[in-house]
Design a protein around this ligand. Structure first.
Ligand code: DC
Length: 235
Protein backbone atom coordinates (compact mmCIF):
# COMPACT_ATOMS: atom_id res chain seq x y z
CA UNK A 1 0.00 0.00 0.00
CA UNK A 2 2.99 2.36 0.20
CA UNK A 3 4.20 4.04 -2.96
CA UNK A 4 6.78 6.65 -3.88
CA UNK A 5 4.17 9.40 -3.25
CA UNK A 6 3.47 8.33 0.32
CA UNK A 7 5.64 10.19 2.83
CA UNK A 8 7.61 8.01 5.24
CA UNK A 9 6.74 8.92 8.80
CA UNK A 10 7.68 7.97 12.35
CA UNK A 11 5.05 6.13 14.38
CA UNK A 12 5.32 6.04 18.19
CA UNK A 13 3.11 3.64 20.13
CA UNK A 14 3.36 3.90 23.90
CA UNK A 15 1.36 2.41 26.71
CA UNK A 16 1.12 0.09 29.65
CA UNK A 17 2.68 -3.36 29.80
CA UNK A 18 0.62 -6.08 28.12
CA UNK A 19 -1.74 -3.51 26.62
CA UNK A 20 -1.45 -5.16 23.22
CA UNK A 21 0.62 -2.35 21.76
CA UNK A 22 3.32 -4.67 20.37
CA UNK A 23 0.73 -6.79 18.55
CA UNK A 24 -0.84 -3.79 16.87
CA UNK A 25 2.47 -2.04 16.19
CA UNK A 26 3.94 -5.16 14.57
CA UNK A 27 0.87 -5.69 12.39
CA UNK A 28 0.78 -2.06 11.25
CA UNK A 29 4.48 -2.15 10.34
CA UNK A 30 3.90 -5.30 8.30
CA UNK A 31 0.88 -3.87 6.48
CA UNK A 32 2.55 -0.60 5.50
CA UNK A 33 6.04 -2.03 4.93
CA UNK A 34 7.74 -0.24 7.83
CA UNK A 35 10.45 -1.44 10.19
CA UNK A 36 9.12 -2.48 13.61
CA UNK A 37 11.15 -2.02 16.79
CA UNK A 38 10.04 -3.36 20.18
CA UNK A 39 11.95 -1.03 22.53
CA UNK A 40 10.83 -3.07 25.56
CA UNK A 41 12.81 -6.01 24.16
CA UNK A 42 15.93 -3.85 24.36
CA UNK A 43 15.38 -3.15 28.09
CA UNK A 44 14.67 -6.84 28.56
CA UNK A 45 17.92 -7.83 26.81
CA UNK A 46 19.95 -5.51 29.08
CA UNK A 47 18.14 -7.06 32.07
CA UNK A 48 18.99 -10.58 30.90
CA UNK A 49 22.64 -9.54 30.59
CA UNK A 50 22.54 -8.16 34.16
CA UNK A 51 20.92 -11.36 35.49
CA UNK A 52 23.46 -13.58 33.75
CA UNK A 53 26.34 -11.53 35.17
CA UNK A 54 24.98 -11.56 38.74
CA UNK A 55 24.32 -7.82 38.78
CA UNK A 56 20.82 -8.25 40.25
CA UNK A 57 20.09 -9.36 43.80
CA UNK A 58 17.12 -11.72 43.32
CA UNK A 59 16.12 -11.36 47.00
CA UNK A 60 14.82 -7.83 46.38
CA UNK A 61 15.51 -7.35 42.64
CA UNK A 62 17.94 -4.51 43.39
CA UNK A 63 20.41 -3.80 40.59
CA UNK A 64 24.13 -3.13 40.90
CA UNK A 65 23.74 -0.03 38.75
CA UNK A 66 27.42 1.09 38.68
CA UNK A 67 28.51 -2.36 37.47
CA UNK A 68 25.78 -2.53 34.84
CA UNK A 69 26.49 1.00 33.61
CA UNK A 70 30.22 0.14 33.32
CA UNK A 71 29.26 -2.91 31.23
CA UNK A 72 27.01 -1.04 28.79
CA UNK A 73 29.75 -0.77 26.11
CA UNK A 74 29.89 -4.60 26.11
CA UNK A 75 26.18 -4.99 25.40
CA UNK A 76 25.15 -5.08 21.74
CA UNK A 77 21.46 -5.39 20.93
CA UNK A 78 20.08 -6.06 17.48
CA UNK A 79 17.01 -7.56 15.82
CA UNK A 80 16.84 -10.37 13.31
CA UNK A 81 13.87 -10.54 10.95
CA UNK A 82 12.90 -13.96 9.65
CA UNK A 83 9.68 -13.84 7.65
CA UNK A 84 6.94 -12.80 10.08
CA UNK A 85 9.13 -13.45 13.11
CA UNK A 86 11.45 -10.97 14.72
CA UNK A 87 14.03 -12.05 17.28
CA UNK A 88 16.08 -10.01 19.71
CA UNK A 89 19.83 -10.60 19.63
CA UNK A 90 22.05 -10.00 22.66
CA UNK A 91 25.68 -9.93 21.57
CA UNK A 92 24.67 -12.00 18.55
CA UNK A 93 22.72 -14.65 20.54
CA UNK A 94 19.00 -15.09 19.91
CA UNK A 95 17.42 -14.40 23.33
CA UNK A 96 13.84 -13.84 22.20
CA UNK A 97 12.40 -16.57 24.45
CA UNK A 98 14.57 -15.88 27.48
CA UNK A 99 13.78 -12.15 27.61
CA UNK A 100 10.06 -13.00 28.05
CA UNK A 101 10.67 -15.12 31.17
CA UNK A 102 9.15 -14.23 34.53
CA UNK A 103 12.63 -13.59 35.98
CA UNK A 104 13.35 -10.92 33.35
CA UNK A 105 9.83 -9.45 33.70
CA UNK A 106 10.35 -9.11 37.45
CA UNK A 107 13.69 -7.29 37.12
CA UNK A 108 13.24 -5.18 33.99
CA UNK A 109 11.55 -2.13 35.53
CA UNK A 110 14.38 -1.37 38.00
CA UNK A 111 16.89 -1.79 35.15
CA UNK A 112 14.83 0.52 32.90
CA UNK A 113 14.81 3.15 35.66
CA UNK A 114 18.61 3.59 35.53
CA UNK A 115 19.24 6.89 33.69
CA UNK A 116 22.44 5.76 31.92
CA UNK A 117 20.71 2.62 30.63
CA UNK A 118 17.92 4.79 29.23
CA UNK A 119 20.35 7.25 27.63
CA UNK A 120 22.23 4.43 25.89
CA UNK A 121 19.06 2.74 24.60
CA UNK A 122 17.34 5.99 23.59
CA UNK A 123 20.43 6.91 21.51
CA UNK A 124 20.28 3.49 19.79
CA UNK A 125 16.54 3.87 19.16
CA UNK A 126 16.95 7.35 17.69
CA UNK A 127 19.64 6.01 15.34
CA UNK A 128 17.30 3.21 14.21
CA UNK A 129 14.65 5.81 13.37
CA UNK A 130 16.91 8.26 11.54
CA UNK A 131 15.47 7.53 8.11
CA UNK A 132 11.82 7.26 9.31
CA UNK A 133 9.57 4.50 7.98
CA UNK A 134 9.53 3.01 11.48
CA UNK A 135 6.96 1.87 14.03
CA UNK A 136 8.41 1.75 17.54
CA UNK A 137 6.56 0.78 20.67
CA UNK A 138 7.47 1.38 24.30
CA UNK A 139 6.85 3.78 27.17
CA UNK A 140 8.65 6.98 26.17
CA UNK A 141 8.73 6.83 22.38
CA UNK A 142 6.35 9.74 21.78
CA UNK A 143 7.71 11.81 24.68
CA UNK A 144 11.49 11.25 24.65
CA UNK A 145 12.71 9.10 21.74
CA UNK A 146 10.73 10.69 18.90
CA UNK A 147 8.99 13.78 20.32
CA UNK A 148 8.44 14.99 16.74
CA UNK A 149 6.83 11.74 15.51
CA UNK A 150 4.03 12.45 13.03
CA UNK A 151 1.82 9.78 14.61
CA UNK A 152 1.60 9.03 18.33
CA UNK A 153 -0.70 6.58 20.04
CA UNK A 154 -1.03 5.86 23.75
CA UNK A 155 -2.64 2.50 24.57
CA UNK A 156 -4.38 1.68 27.82
CA UNK A 157 -6.44 -1.23 29.18
CA UNK A 158 -7.39 -2.26 32.71
CA UNK A 159 -4.75 -4.12 34.78
CA UNK A 160 -7.08 -7.14 35.00
CA UNK A 161 -7.49 -7.31 31.22
CA UNK A 162 -3.76 -6.99 30.69
CA UNK A 163 -2.95 -9.67 33.27
CA UNK A 164 -5.43 -12.04 31.64
CA UNK A 165 -3.86 -11.43 28.21
CA UNK A 166 -0.38 -12.13 29.54
CA UNK A 167 -1.61 -15.26 31.36
CA UNK A 168 -3.10 -16.56 28.08
CA UNK A 169 0.27 -16.00 26.35
CA UNK A 170 2.11 -17.83 29.12
CA UNK A 171 -0.31 -20.76 29.03
CA UNK A 172 0.15 -20.99 25.24
CA UNK A 173 3.91 -21.14 25.74
CA UNK A 174 3.52 -23.77 28.48
CA UNK A 175 5.01 -21.50 31.17
CA UNK A 176 3.64 -22.31 34.66
CA UNK A 177 2.26 -19.27 36.46
CA UNK A 178 -0.93 -17.92 38.07
CA UNK A 179 -3.24 -14.98 37.38
CA UNK A 180 -2.35 -13.49 40.80
CA UNK A 181 1.39 -13.62 40.10
CA UNK A 182 0.96 -11.94 36.73
CA UNK A 183 -1.44 -9.29 38.06
CA UNK A 184 1.02 -8.42 40.84
CA UNK A 185 3.81 -8.09 38.25
CA UNK A 186 1.66 -5.88 35.96
CA UNK A 187 0.66 -3.57 38.84
CA UNK A 188 4.19 -3.31 40.21
CA UNK A 189 5.68 -2.56 36.78
CA UNK A 190 3.03 0.11 36.12
CA UNK A 191 3.98 1.76 39.39
CA UNK A 192 7.75 1.73 38.72
CA UNK A 193 7.27 2.85 35.10
CA UNK A 194 4.99 5.74 36.08
CA UNK A 195 6.99 7.01 39.05
CA UNK A 196 10.62 6.75 37.88
CA UNK A 197 12.42 10.10 37.57
CA UNK A 198 13.88 9.47 34.12
CA UNK A 199 11.30 9.66 31.28
CA UNK A 200 8.40 8.08 33.20
CA UNK A 201 5.52 6.42 31.38
CA UNK A 202 3.37 9.36 30.37
CA UNK A 203 0.95 10.09 27.57
CA UNK A 204 2.41 12.70 25.18
CA UNK A 205 0.21 15.81 24.92
CA UNK A 206 -0.28 15.20 21.20
CA UNK A 207 -0.87 11.42 21.40
CA UNK A 208 -4.20 9.82 20.50
CA UNK A 209 -5.39 7.64 23.40
CA UNK A 210 -6.78 4.18 22.68
CA UNK A 211 -8.45 2.13 25.43
CA UNK A 212 -8.60 -1.35 23.93
CA UNK A 213 -10.02 -3.19 27.01
CA UNK A 214 -12.99 -4.46 25.02
CA UNK A 215 -11.53 -4.48 21.51
CA UNK A 216 -10.54 -7.55 19.53
CA UNK A 217 -7.09 -7.74 17.94
CA UNK A 218 -8.67 -7.23 14.53
CA UNK A 219 -10.60 -4.17 15.69
CA UNK A 220 -7.51 -2.53 17.13
CA UNK A 221 -5.45 -3.31 14.01
CA UNK A 222 -8.12 -1.70 11.82
CA UNK A 223 -8.35 1.31 14.14
CA UNK A 224 -4.57 1.83 13.91
CA UNK A 225 -4.45 1.43 10.14
CA UNK A 226 -7.28 3.96 9.72
CA UNK A 227 -5.44 6.42 11.92
CA UNK A 228 -2.24 5.95 9.88
CA UNK A 229 -4.15 6.65 6.66
CA UNK A 230 -5.65 9.82 8.14
CA UNK A 231 -2.27 11.04 9.39
CA UNK A 232 -0.55 10.44 6.05
CA UNK A 233 -3.43 12.06 4.12
CA UNK A 234 -3.13 15.15 6.31
CA UNK A 235 0.57 15.73 5.58
O1 DC B 1 6.88 -3.56 26.80
P1 DC B 1 7.58 -4.52 27.75
O2 DC B 1 6.69 -5.05 28.83
O3 DC B 1 8.31 -5.60 27.03
O4 DC B 1 8.69 -3.61 28.46
C1 DC B 1 9.55 -4.16 29.41
C2 DC B 1 9.94 -3.10 30.44
O5 DC B 1 10.80 -2.14 29.83
C3 DC B 1 8.79 -2.34 31.08
O6 DC B 1 8.66 -2.68 32.44
C4 DC B 1 9.17 -0.89 30.98
C5 DC B 1 10.45 -0.82 30.23
N1 DC B 1 10.40 0.02 29.05
C6 DC B 1 10.74 1.33 29.19
O7 DC B 1 11.02 1.77 30.31
N2 DC B 1 10.82 2.13 28.11
C7 DC B 1 10.51 1.67 26.89
N3 DC B 1 10.57 2.50 25.83
C8 DC B 1 10.12 0.32 26.72
C9 DC B 1 10.07 -0.48 27.83
Amino acid sequence: MTNSQTPQITIAIDGYSSSGKSTMARQLAKTIGYRYIDSGAMYRAVTLYALRHDMINRADNSVNAPLLVASLPEIAIDFKVDGDNQSTLLNGENVETEIRSIAVSQCVSPVAAIPQVRHALVAMQQKMGESKGIVMDGRDIGTTVFPKAEMKVFVRASAQTRAQRRLNEMIEKGIATTFEEILANVVSRDHIDETRDESPLRCADDAIVLDNSVMSVEEQNNWLLDLYKKVVASL
